[in-house]
Design a protein around this ligand. Structure first.
Ligand SMILES: NC(=O)c1ccc[n+]([C@@H]2O[C@H](COP(=O)([O-])OP(=O)(O)OC[C@H]3O[C@@H](n4cnc5c(N)ncnc54)[C@H](O)[C@@H]3O)[C@@H](O)[C@H]2O)c1
Length: 363
C-alpha cells in the first residue's frame, strides 16, 4: 500500500455490530476498577454483574461503578442467563480452577495474562476452552495500545520494508506497591510485565527462532523478590533481531519507554505513554520515516488514546466479534497466546541455564 500525505493511521479498536453481550467480572481487584470498567463504560458495553472471593470488595466496586448485580458465588454468576461473557481477573494461580467452571457452564470468557503461572496449566486452560466449544480470549491489550496498533498496520502495509531490527526499551520506577500479591512471586518482570512487550513483538513480527534472556535484581528492591531488570533478545530466521530491555528501578535518570522498528525501507520510532506515569499514563507518540516519503521526511501522526483504559476496549471487542461471527478471536486467542508463553518460559529457561533457547523446548 502506498500512503499519500497527510495520512491518518488506523489504530483504534473496531467494534462489531453486537456490543451488548452481558459481561460479569470474576475478580474485582485493581485492574478491573481502573482499567476494565472505565474502558467498557466508554465503549458502551453491558456490565451485568460481578463476583469476588472477597464479597465486600465486590459490593464496594458494584456500588462505586453502578454494577447492577453482585453474586455470592461463582456458581450463582454462571447460573445467570444475563451473563454471556465472564471477564476473569484473578491471580494466575487461581485462573485454571475458575476456567474449569466457566467452561463447564458453556459461557465465553476473557482470561487474564498470564494464563497461568506455569506452562502446563496454561495448556489446560486452552484445552478446557476448546473442549467446551466456547470463545476464549486473552487480555493482552497492549496489542491495541495505539503505538503498537498503528505500527502493526504500517508494517503490514510495507512502510518500513522488510523488518531488520526491533527494540522495546523501558527504564522507569514502577509502583510495585500497587500489586502487594506480586511481592512474593519468584518470577516477576518477564511473567507479569515484559510479557506484554514480548507478546506485542510476536504480534508484529511472528515467532522467533531463539530466545536469550538475562535477569537481575535491584539492590534496594525489598520486599519485591523476583527479577526486576531484564534483557531479552529474540533472533528470527529472517535475520531480524529483537531486543526487549526493561529496568523497573530507575530512581534517578529521566524515565523512558521507547519502541523502534527498523526495516529496509523505513523506521517507526515511538514512546509507550503508560510507562511514563503508571497508571495515568499519557498518549503514545510515533514518528515514521520511509522511502515512500523521501529521506529526511518525518511523519508524526497524533495518537489520542491511552493504553489504560482505551486498549482494554480492544481485547473485549475482539472477543465479542469472535462470538458474533463464530470464529476464534482473531488477534487474541488463548491458543495463540501459548506461543507468547513459550517465549516467556523460554526466557526463564535461558536465564537459568545461561544459554539460548528455542521456544519449542517449552512444553
Ligand atoms: N492485562 C493487564 O494489563 C493486567 C494489568 C494488571 C493486572 N493484570 C492481571 O489481572 C489479575 C488481577 O490483578 P489485580 O491487579 O486486579 O489484582 P488484585 O489483587 O487487585 O485483585 C484480584 C482480585 O481477585 C480476587 N480473587 C482471587 N481469587 C479469586 C477467585 N478464585 N475467585 C474470585 N475472585 C478471586 C481477589 O479477592 C481480588 O479482589 C492478575 O492475573 C494480573 O496478572 C493484568
Amino acid at each position: 500500500m502506498t500512503y499519500t500525505l497527510p495520512f491518518n493511521v488506523d489504530y483504534k479498536p473496531h467494534l462489531g455490530k453486537k456490543i451488548d453481550y452481558g459481561i460479569a467480572f470474576c475478580g474485582t481487584g485493581g485492574i478491573v476498577r481502573y482499567a476494565h470498567i472505565p474502558a467498557y463504560k466508554k465503549a458502551g458495553f453491558n456490565i451485568v454483574g460481578c463476583y469476588d472471593l472477597n464479597v465486600e470488595n465486590a459490593q464496594k466496586v458494584a456500588a462505586e461503578h453502578g454494577i447492577p448485580r453482585v453474586y455470592a458465588t461463582l456458581e450463582e454468576l454462571l447460573a445467570d442467563p444475563a451473563v454471556e461473557i465472564v471477564d476473569i481477573a484473578v491471580p494466575p494461580w487461581e485462573q485454571l480452577k475458575v476456567v474449569e467452571k466457566v467452561a463447564a457452564s458453556g459461557k465465553h470468557m476473557l482470561c487474564q495474562k498470564p494464563l497461568a503461572d506455569n506452562f502446563a496449566n496454561a495448556v489446560k486452560v486452552v484445552e478446557l476452552g476448546k473442549k467446551a466449544g466456547v470463545k476464549q480470549a486473552i487480555n493482552h491489550q497492549m496489542r491495541w495500545d495505539s503505538g503498537i496498533r498503528a505500527s502493526k498496520h504500517l508494517i503490514e502495509d510495507g512502510i518500513i520494508g522488510t523488518p531488520t531490527d526491533a527494540q522495546i526499551q523501558v527504564s522507569c520506577l514502577t509502583p510495585w506497591h500497587m500489586w502487594p500479591w506480586l511481592a512474593a512471586v519468584p518470577r516477576l518482570e518477564i511473567l507479569f510485565h515484559s510479557i506484554h512487550y514480548l507478546d506485542s513483538l510476536r504480534y508484529l513480527f511472528g515467532d522467533p527462532e531463539w530466545v536469550t534472556s538475562r535477569h537481575a535484581r535491584y539492590v534496594n528492591q525489598a520486599p519485591v523478590q523476583g527479577e526486576t531488570k531484564t534483557v531479552t533478545v529474540m533472533d528470527y530466521a529472517s535475520g531480524l533481531q529483537v531486543l526487549c530491555s526493561v529496568n523497573h528501578y530507575n530512581e534517578w535518570a529521566e524515565p523512558f519507554a521507547t519502541f523502534r522498528f527498523i526495516g529496509t525501507e523505513g523506521a517507526i520510532d515511538g514512546t509507550i505513554g503508560l510507562m511514563y506515569n503508571y497508571p495515568a499514563g499519557q498518549p503514545d507518540t510515533i514518528q515514521i520515516t520511509s522511502k515512500q516519503f523521501g529521506k529526511g521526511v518525518k511523519i508524526t501522526p497524533t495518537l489520542e488514546e491511552y493504553w489504560i483504559p482505551d486498549a482494554f476496549v480492544g481485547t473485549m471487542a475482539s472477543l465479542m466479534e469472535a462470538i458474533e461471527n463464530d470464529h476464534m478471536p482473531t488477534d487474541n486467542s488463548t491458543e495463540d497466546n501459548l506461543n507468547t508463553l513459550r517465549v516467556v518460559y523460554g526466557a526463564y529457561l535461558s536465564a537459568a541455564e545461561n544459554r539460548s533457547v528455542r521456544p519449542s523446548e517449552v512444553k
